[in-house]
Write a protein that binds this ligand. Structure first.
Ligand code: 8YV
Length: 325
């Protein structure tokens, strides 16, 4: 059917989602599942009515300049939209949607897994065992630190931050947070969370810091070298948000010299490139951006994309609109 909107999907999505897309739209799928080059992206935005990108697509003003009048909707597969130049999209009158809510619990699970893994040295232990170097139990072998009773400072207390807080509470950690706008008192009380208006002051007092805010111009390198130096030497940084929020080079340097105890990172500044300094450190757990990587989560993300496209095409307001504001 020629009247069906032309939807270009940049990466391989779960089968059930691709099947549904093909039923509903005139869809172009990326069967190779390698990231599109900038030129391929330009070609895609030039021919599409709707683009379905992921975090691996850099949709900058250059790419958007290649979009003609056709492209009306960017229905992102993912919550974070930092890879899309929203100002340029806005100028072109393009609507942007994302997939919030359905990856909250999975991402929070992964953050909690990192909060547990770093101080308990899980991956160090695994490595020793698998390499055949385990010579048996001793009273002092692989002693880590307990998380019970420790202070967790959450940066950005949105859906994911709150889901992390709930988990950490169950592990008897005390919850602290920094956010641009303070949560309503009732929410704060329910969560038994302490608000820190001043990020530096919070950092100086935490045992763990979990980054759970979006990457924006405001949060880019929010944890720069100076801020990271405010942490106590036993503090651990967890990042399941975006690599660009933390100065990776500074983090690696400070961990190396013992000014910070360790880190659990699922996201990096230049994925999939990993700063080689990080790879040298034992007290750092590094994961390949898998926070939302559950079958259930990815299918739910795909369903959200479908709903956003369908409501848009039907001239209704898509539920997960990022743009126009
Ligand atoms: C996805 C994510 O893996 O939603 C996000 O912002 O980082 C992850 O859930 C990825 O971004 C999909 O585009």
């Amino acid at each position: 059917n020629k009247n069906r909107p032309k939807v270009v999907v940049t990466r391989k999505l779960p089968d059930s989602i691709e099947t549904r897309m093909a039923e509903l739209f005139n869809v172009t799928l990326n069967l190779a599942d390698t990231p599109l080059t900038q030129d391929e992206l330009k070609a895609a935005v030039a021919e599409a009515d709707v683009l379905v990108p992921t975090v691996t697509d850099t949709i900058d003003s250059d790419v958007l300049a290649a979009a003609g009048k056709k492209l009306k909707l960017i229905a992102n597969f993912g919550a974070g939209v930092d890879h899309i130049d929203l100002a340029a999209a806005h100028e072109k009158g393009i609507t942007v949607t994302n997939t919030p809510g359905v990856l909250t619990e999975d991402t929070a699970d992964l953050a909690m897994a990192l909060i547990l893994s770093v101080p308990r040295r899980l991956f160090e232990g695994e490595k020793i065992l698998r390499s055949g170097d385990w010579t048996g139990w001793t009273p002092t072998f692989l002693m880590g630190h307990r998380i019970q009773g420790k202070r967790l400072g959450i940066i950005g207390m949105g859906r994911i931050g709150r889901a992390v807080a709930r988990r950490a509470k169950a592990f008897n950690m005390s919850i602290h947070y920094h956010k641009r706008t303070r949560l309503p008192e009732q929410v704060e009380d329910e969560m038994e969370a302490t608000y820190w208006e001043d990020l530096d002051q919070m950092l100086a007092r935490m045992d763990f810091v979990s980054v759970n805010c979006p990457l924006t111009d405001e949060t880019y390198k929010l944890l720069d070298r100076n801020r990271l130096k405010k942490l106590q030497p036993h503090a651990v940084i967890i990042n399941t948000a975006r690599g660009g929020i933390v100065d990776e080079e500074a983090l690696a340097d400070l961990i190396e010299v013992g000014r910070i105890a360790g880190a659990g990172l699922d996201v990096f500044e230049e994925e999939p490139t990993i700063n080689p300094k990080l790879l040298e450190l034992d007290n750092v757990v590094l994961l390949p951006h898998m926070g939302s990587a559950t079958i259930e989560g990815r299918v739910a993300m795909g369903e959200k994309v479908l709903i956003n496209i369908r409501t848009f095409v039907d001239k209704h307001r898509p539920p997960d609109r990022v743009l126009p504001f």
